[in-house]
Design a protein around this ligand. Structure first.
Ligand code: SF4
Length: 184
């Protein structure tokens, strides 16, 4: 059965396999790029461009929520609750996707976060299910089996691939090893 799906896009490379899969299944897929967690702005712009390039390659419509890239949107969501920051980050992005999907009359909403082996699949699924409504359901398809295929395709078209998850905390964790040692 064909359905209208609003797919939250976390980045271009992660969108390749899930969108292809849903399009092959006969669904009408629209991308939704809402990621105030991606900081700083220049990194956001690189990932935005890659998402646009991926959507062109897939022939998929994509909606950007650039009005909300103000870093305070994400930072206020996680401030003083940093130990739960990933859950809060997923919640922020999925809630917005669900609201846009409801307003737009979509049958389903979903997220490319469920393609990534770096993200907690079960937790994201459970969160999506708590947000769904009778008319706008959460599509909990596991896209991880297509990991290799999706990455290869994104490499083949030269998509920008980021080297940290997105927030400044993840950037710090990724690169803190390059800090000089005290006194040297
Ligand atoms: S590490 Fe990634 S998922 Fe977790 S809060 Fe940062 S950007 Fe969000």
């Amino acid at each position: 059965m064909s359905a209208r799906v609003l797919m939250h896009i976390c980045c271009g490379p992660c969108s390749m396999y899930p969108a292809t899969r849903l399009l092959e299944q006969g669904h009408e897929v629209t991308g939704f790029f809402y990621n105030p967690n991606i900081q700083p702005l220049q990194e956001y712009l690189k990932r935005r461009e890659a998402a646009e390039q991926a959507a062109r390659e897939l022939g998929m419509k994509i909606i950007f929520q650039d009005q909300d890239v103000d870093p305070r949107v994400y930072l206020r969501q996680v401030a003083f609750r940093e130990d739960k920051r990933c859950f809060l980050c997923h919640q922020l992005r999925l809630e917005r996707t669900r609201s846009a999907a409801r307003r737009g009359g979509f049958d389903f909403f979903s997220t490319t976060l469920m393609f990534s082996k770096m993200q907690p699949f079960e937790q994201i699924c459970a969160l999506g299910k708590t947000l769904e409504t009778e008319k706008c359901r959460f599509l909990d398809q596991d896209f991880r089996p297509g990991w290799k295929q999706g990455i290869e395709r994104s490499r083949a078209i030269g998509l920008y691939r980021q080297n940290y998850c997105g927030c400044i905390y993840s950037e710090f964790e990724r690169f803190k090893g390059s800090l000089p040692r005290n006194g040297q």
